[in-house]
Design a protein around this ligand. Structure first.
Ligand code: NAP
Length: 207
């Protein structure tokens, strides 16, 4: 599958690493072409680079961006996102106070959906830390990726993508479940100091 990742930071690297390992073709778009080229070289195996604003290729677009920026970039792309699967990974937090933000729409993912009404928005990856995605697991355990979307087909496509990348997909329900996923993502960050694992832990459902 052809996947465009917008962003060149920690999560772009983590998700890109897993997707390339799963045999997918990745295009990275950065605020600067040079940042995207650097990450594309790191990810290797046919990864290409461009700048934010470049035309989108492929059917899946991952917004590896902070809350607020994701919505802005979705709005910037406008109708180009129509029919595409757009993956929102944000955990809305106030970067100065580290307190969670409750978006007006209920969740960051629902704000992205409002900004790009023709897109099929899927919430994913917000409960998995970047470093654990890059390494592919924690203590030999497969990572769980919780998914929420109102578009069942899009959710199934992302579940297949996740599974092909060596991760376990867990269906969390409709897009409004992103509210709980973002709460869980925040909680996972908030316990880091006490846990002392330096963002190296994973949220996993066991049975
Ligand atoms: N890090 C984690 O472990 C983790 C885990 C779960 C979820 N998340 C979520 O993932 C998202 C990204 O986190 P991250 O750790 O990858 O952040 P990051 O390393 O800071 O990367 C953010 C990316 O956004 C780009 N960016 C900033 N402003 C932009 C704009 N106006 N237009 C286009 N691109 C812009 C940055 O580009 P420049 O560097 O050029 O500014 C950078 O590539 C956040 O929403 C976070 O809540 C993170």
């Amino acid at each position: 599958m052809d996947v465009t990742i917008i962003g060149t930071g920690n999560m772009a690297r983590g998700i890109g690493t897993r997707l390339v390992a799963g045999g997918h073709t990745v295009t990275v778009l950065g605020t600067e072409q040079s940042k995207a080229e650097e990450l594309a070289t790191e990810l290797g195996t046919g990864t290409t680079a461009g700048a934010v604003g470049d035309p989108l290729s492929g059917d899946v677009v991952v917004l590896a961006l902070w809350y607020g920026v994701a919505r802005q970039v979705a709005a910037q792309y406008g109708a180009q996102l129509d029919g595409k699967i757009v993956v929102d990974i944000t955990n809305p937090i106030d970067l100065e106070t580290f307190e969670p933000i409750v978006p007006d729409a209920g969740s960051g993912a629902e704000e992205v959906a409002a900004a790009s009404p023709g897109a099929k928005v899927v919430k994913a990856f917000n409960t998995t830390f970047a470093g654990t995605l890059a390494s592919g697991g924690v203590s030999g355990q497969q990572l769980d990726v919780l998914l929420a979307s109102d578009d069942e087909e899009a959710k199934e496509t992302i579940a297949s993508l996740v599974e092909s990348a060596g991760l376990r997909a867990v269906d969390a329900g409709p897009l409004r479940r992103a509210r709980q996923l973002e709460g869980l993502g925040y909680l996972h960050m908030a316990v880091q100091e006490g846990l002392g694992t330096g963002y190296g832990s994973a949220v996993k459902l066991i049975s």
